[in-house]
Design a protein around this ligand. Structure first.
Ligand SMILES: [Zn+2]
Length: 300
């Protein structure tokens, strides 16, 4: 016969292995990146809590059943004593009424306990250890799942400082307007250019130059940049990518890593042709020159 204590300890070890599993899933999910991966992340967390909740409810019902079984065994011992006393009384020709009422009371209590135990065990057996929350469809994970490994993407250009050039290898990236004073190229454009304009075809993929948090994404009032994305990097620099045709891969507050695809170039806002306005500054707003940061790495 199982004792309540043993079962509790068996179930505790099951629970600890599931907790271990849970933390593994949690570690794994935190390394998933992007909107679709955030979605996966929250699903994984729901999955864990649902799964552990089921285990805990299972344990609790099982432990209650074991406790009731202890009562059942005690009642059975009492029943045997009452039956023995009854037989002794019969043999001695004495009154049996006390013992017969004890016998009927113990029998009734045992039947009641048995029903309660079976009900609890049915509940335990009825728990299917599956979680409905973890069912990521292919659209949830975007069909292009990747896990952050810290490895460099061989298609991208990395500086020794770990910065990633916004365009992949093999894409011609001529500078059409540098940082600094300039003649106004079109009405509404700046005469003191804060970024570097790079002439690339509309729809060219833009990769985040560093890891950080998206602080702006979409159409804004940022001086004629049309669609734009702004990333606050971990190292205190900020990058702004302007005139984009697509800027909603990520939302404000989302985490991106160096090299993540964050936008597509366009010809939005105050612009004389398809190009990327690539602006790098410090958190205090001091303009940095991307041509210096990517000096030696800039493809012609
Ligand atoms: Zn510009």
């Amino acid at each position: 016969m199982v004792s309540s204590g043993n079962v509790q300890s068996d179930l505790s070890s099951v629970k600890s292995s599931f907790e271990k599993y849970s933390s593994t899933v949690s570690d794994m999910s935190s390394s998933w990146k992007g909107n679709s991966y955030d979605n996966f992340n929250s699903k994984a967390e729901s999955f864990n809590s649902e799964f552990l909740g089921q285990i805990e409810s299972c344990m609790s019902n099982f432990a209650s059943a074991c406790d009731l079984y202890e009562q059942y065994k005690n009642t059975k011992d009492n029943l045997n004593i009452a039956r023995s006393n009854y037989n002794t009384a019969v043999a001695a020709g004495e009154s049996t009424s006390t013992f017969s009422s004890q016998i009927s009371s113990y029998e009734s209590k045992m039947s009641d306990l048995k029903n309660q135990i079976n009900k609890l065990l049915d509940q335990v057996k009825g728990v299917k250890l599956t979680a409905t929350s973890l069912n990521p469809s292919s659209s949830d994970v975007g069909g292009s799942v990747k896990v952050s490994s810290g490895a460099q993407d061989p298609n991208l250009i990395y500086t020794d400082d770990g910065y990633v050039f916004p365009f992949a290898k093999g894409i011609s990236a001529p500078v059409t307007s540098s940082v600094g004073p300039r003649n106004q190229p079109t009405a509404g454009a700046s005469t003191n250019h804060k970024g570097t304009d790079i002439g690339v075809p509309e729809g060219t993929e833009v990769h985040s130059m560093s890891g950080g948090t998206i602080t702006n994404a979409g159409r804004g009032d940022a001086g004629g940049y049309g669609n734009w994305v702004r990333v606050q990097h971990d190292d205190g620099t900020v990058a702004l990518y302007g005139h984009l045709s697509k800027s909603d891969y990520y939302g404000v507050g989302d985490r991106v890593e160096a090299g993540d695809l964050i936008a597509l170039t366009g010809n939005e806002g105050v612009s004389t042709g398809p190009h990327l306005h690539f602006q790098i500054e410090t958190t205090d707003g001091e303009i940095l020159n991307s041509e210096n940061i990517f000096d030696g790495y800039w493809p012609s």
